[in-house]
Design a protein. Sequence first.
Length: 516
Amino acid sequence: MIKTKIASLLLVGAMLLASCQPAKNETKQENQKPNVVVIYLDDLGYGDLSSYGATELQTPNIDALANGGVKFTNGYASSATCTPSRYALLTGVYPWKNKSARILPGTAPLIIDTAQVTLPKMLRTQGYQTALVGKWHLGLGTGHVNWNEAVSPGPNELGFDYAYYMAATQDRVPTVYLENGMVEGLDPNDPIEIDYKNNFEGQTSGKDNPELCEMMWHHGHNSTIVNGVPRIGFMKGGEAAKWSDIDMADHFLAKAQDYVKTHKDQPFFLYYAMQQPHVPRTPHPRFEGKSGMGPRGDVILEADWCIGEFMKTLEEEGILENTLIVFSSDNGPVLNDGYFDDAVEKLGNHTPAGPLRGGKYSLFEAGTRVPFITYWKGTIQSGVSDALVCQMDLLASLAKLTGTEEASTDSEELLDVLLGKSADGRESLVIEATTRTALRKGNWLMIPPYNGARKNKQVNIELGNDKVFQLYNLKEDIGQQNNLAESNPEKLAEMLESFKAIRGESYSKTQKLELK
Ligand code: NG6
Ligand code: CA
């Protein structure tokens, strides 16, 4: 009797002791709100990852997220190009509601109103620290940016406490990094001047000096040559501040890792906007030739490696189980986007769009349906979800996660869907491709008539335009081969009604969206 009492006392004592022992890697984050990291690639297609069916490329680190989290098969960017998709991701608002939300030059003013709700602003109200590392491309300043002074407004005025970024794209000037509005490493005696129309006197260009190009332009991209790569737009000065293209991936990775290490004691939101596989594709020499597919494949492997390293950092810092990761891409794939870089020639059997039709710039599925993964070790159970979700829904869903009162936007609260607990996604979604829009509802996709070219011949992508209505049943016809508009007029009429209800009568009138 006494013996058992002593034994049980000992046991209780041992248990108490064990519960007082801090677990290995335990940090102060135990009872905190989860960190949120959005890893956003640029132009990565639905079929570009081995976890999404690619057989010619292996992306083990992203696959680990897909296989250990929720892999969405109906996950969408709002748009088939970068700026509008990023606009929707950060504001929760349909980009076609903002006429400026289209591919921007490097000199464009900021297109998000500083009074608007944004993802980082919303999270900040919940005590989050917020950061951007990577590509911005939502405009800066109010119209006349002086790159030699603090550039504002920009990401810092939209809720990012810390922002380290390239202004627009890797193929657009200025080819420098900014940190909280200041160009990094700028020599005041060598000021930066930018002009998107005219070259500076006496300066070479891709157009006039093809012999100076180490990567040759195919269309566009024939202005100022930086690091042997001709860009869009002219730039003068700022020599010491210019980035190294081959080091860009490592550079952004190091910034993202540093941020995590120095901010792990309070919840943080990190928007890690990677530059791959957008043009110019400039893999670090470690990855050169590794895919056998030329630079486009190589930079996908490079991005995958970076994500693996980033995940290791979360683990080493002991915060992996308190961090929600959302992985996606801003729009679908393109091979030749303006440079001769073997993307077409060395493609082999790889299908960047997977089974989907179209690509970047297209209203067909490959324009906007992208890899979309949520991962949260220990919280999200792995699985595949066919629920319809859009990046725009992060705002309302993360508001729910963090207990914020929801602002009224186009963002739908789908937290349980994102966490893999519900299959009840969106009922419908308007997708966009360079201001043209279409409606996804249930398994159906309706594209209203558009008179534009059917194909962009330069990039060799079908844009989705047709003079007649298009209606596809995506469940039975994921490759959009059978237009059912004529054979299923009831469904078409129903889709048109829903489309008008979202887009508004005035839009539909100007587009003459009437059935014959
Ligand atoms: C296009 C560029 C393309 C790419 C795109 C933006 C030309 C001919 N083409 O105008 O190369 O930069 O803009 O891509 O200049 S996005 O992913 O940022 O939307
Ligand atoms: Ca893009």
